[in-house]
Design a protein around this ligand. Sequence first.
Ligand code: DC
Length: 237
Amino acid sequence: MSEKPWVVTVDGPAGAGKSTLARLLAAKLGYLYLDTGAMYRAVAWAALRRGIGPEDETAVEELLQELKATLTLVPAKDGRCRVKVEGRDVTAQLRSPEVTRAAPLFAQMPQVRKTLTEWQRAWGEKGGVVADGRDMGTQVFPWAQRKFFVTASPHERARRRYRQLRRQGFAVTFDEVLKEVLERDRQDENRELAPLKPAPDAILVDTTGAKVQETVRRMWSYFPRHVPRGVAGGRRP
Ligand code: DC
């Protein structure tokens, strides 16, 4: 009998390289890449569009109920995780500086975390998932078979974010991005619910100055030769 595919978690601060690494690991394993940051961004994006602030708990609750029916994650051919709301692909809009600023405010709301944790667990229920986020190994999938905590120095993370934003056409300065990275670290690490921290059994991976493939090889060395493989992207909860 073949063993059930695993759940692998990749947590860490913004810009540490989690999504690239999680995607590459998912491709190697034939697993689904689950971008949980995109889920929090989608909530913030939808709230901003409606003019709903995090202080309006009732409106946020209604929004969550609506998103339950209209938000879908679509595994793309390139291994990325695309987000659709009401059938419309909003993935690119989720990366805007406005959404980036608003996301942590919604991510600290108990009802948002509870709902998104339920969605994420539904995706991971059958295994075969590499989940990228802040609390995957500590809260959402504490039973995951492999947990990684990926970090890099704040300057390196800001450099990466800056390049990415400029490529996407956002007019930002490096100092602004660095300030935002430090502010997001502070918010993610100090919030009351599911703060960013490594699970006690997480493998620490520092990507400062490291090449992507080198890091993937390092992470891959923590898997047994016969790790159960999945069927890439072929499932939904
Ligand atoms: O990884 P990201 O930058 O796309 O995350 C967007 C926001 O969501 C960020 O403020 C942290 C938050 N987040 C979270 O609280 N828990 C997760 N599992 C993933 C992201």
